[in-house]
Design a protein around this ligand. Structure first.
Ligand SMILES: NC(=O)c1ccc[n+]([C@@H]2O[C@H](COP(=O)([O-])OP(=O)(O)OC[C@H]3O[C@@H](n4cnc5c(N)ncnc54)[C@H](OP(=O)(O)O)[C@@H]3O)[C@@H](O)[C@H]2O)c1
Length: 338
């Protein structure tokens, strides 16, 4: 049994719309053996991210697609269990693009390699608040949104991993922060735990009117994770010289050839002399240490909180990814493998 304990999820066929487990295949085999300069990592946690849906499409976006037959790409953290490298020693926790498998080989470090996790850090936080989600919120809000004290900020996807952090950063900057999320339970977490000033349940169908009521003088910064009619409702309520941060458009479903259509009321940008700008958090690689330092400080001083949603077992990964598009997660979607 022991030599067949390595399980991997490979991409079997590309989904055209929704993801189904039969787009993937679970294979098993012997544990990989590290060569000189490499280490073997037992993957303990996976992070599930909406962008993984874009990697299943045939066309390249900001990254090449996952090939058919390849292990599904994804972030993870794990423990070094065997090492033939000076970089890693047995027992170290590392974070990186482990993929959907329970053992991974660590070679080089760097952006897409595996990097040691500093002592004193909850390893799984490297997949959310101290990883992709915190960095996205931090750079999108501080470098593009640039909220000033007293301004009004709107964050869509406010109960989600990126959105909840983005809104709390704007609160730290002294702004009035309005969120939108799906359902009363998520909205009450957004206001009562994540400290937003207000949260609109977009499923009520009154987002645009509610934004007008809550931001009578207009919105200065929009941090948009959702796109579609949510973005249109925000554009209909801009203040002059507003900044619209395009983080994502999850309402599009990220399926092949559908990353969302342009807002029908884009001329609001002209009327309000506003600027709309997209970004990918990887653009700020050289500034990650500064963001890491600030976010860690805010966690330690209880200025930022975050939620985690934990599913069990490698086999739950495909459903968990689809679940992001169905609003099933509450906070960062993680998979516990061991
Ligand atoms: N630019 C970058 O570098 C970068 C990096 C990472 C992530 N992102 C983007 O950030 C956004 C959030 O990612 P995340 O990892 O933090 O995921 P998340 O927000 O924790 O989870 C996704 C959430 O999206 C919401 N959603 C799904 N379909 C929706 C729809 N049709 N309308 C409105 N809301 C919908 C759901 O919340 P509700 O229940 O509230 O509907 C769901 O819980 C995504 O757009 C992602 O692509 C961008």
């Amino acid at each position: 049994m022991k030599n067949r304990e390595h399980r991997q999820i490979i991409l079997k066929k590309r989904p055209l719309g929704r993801i189904h487990p039969n787009h993937f295949q679970m294979i098993d085999g012997p544990r990989p053996v590290p060569r000189d300069g490499e280490a073997l990592v037992q993957v303990m946690w996976l992070g599930i991210d909406p962008t993984q849906r874009t990697w299943l499409n045939e066309k390249r976006t900001y990254m090449p697609p996952v090939a058919i037959g390849e292990v599904m790409r994804g972030s993870g953290v794990g423990i070094v269990v065997d090492s033939r490298s000076d970089r890693y020693k047995v027992g170290d926790w590392v974070a990186g693009m482990t993929g959907w498998q329970n053992f991974a080989i660590a070679g080089e470090g760097g952006l897409f390699g595996m990097n040691p996790i500093p002592d004193g850090i909850d390893p799984k936080a490297m997949l959310s608040i101290l990883g992709v989600n915190g960095l996205t919120a931090y750079f999108g809000m501080t470098e593009i949104g640039k909220p000033k004290s007293g301004e009004t900020v709107f964050v869509s996807g406010a109960a989600g991993s990126v959105g909840s952090i983005a809104g709390q950063i704007a609160k730290i900057r002294g702004c009035k922060v309005i969120g939108s999320a799906g359902g009363p339970e998520k909205c009450s977490w957004v206001t009562q735990t994540a400290n937003f000033d207000a949260c609109i349940d977009y499923k009520s169908g009154h987002l645009e009117d509610e934004l007008r009521r809550l931001a009578p003088d207009g919105i200065h910064v929009v941090f948009d994770n959702v796109g579609g009619t949510t973005l249109e409702a925000a554009l209909a309520n801009l203040a002059n010289h507003a900044r619209i941060v395009i983080s994502g458009s999850i309402s599009s479903g990220y399926s092949q050839d559908n990353y969302g259509t342009g807002p029908r009321n884009y001329m609001e940008l002209g009327f309000k002399r506003a600027r709309m700008e997209g970004f990918i958090f990887l653009d700020y690689l050289s500034e990650f240490p500064r963001a890491f330092f600030d976010i860690k400080k805010w966690i330690d001083t209880n200025q930022i909180t975050y939620a985690e949603d934990i599913k069990l077992g490698l086999e739950s990964a495909p459903d968990a990814l689809q679940g992001l598009f169905d609003g099933k997660n509450f906070g960062k979607q993680l998979i516990k493998l061991v």
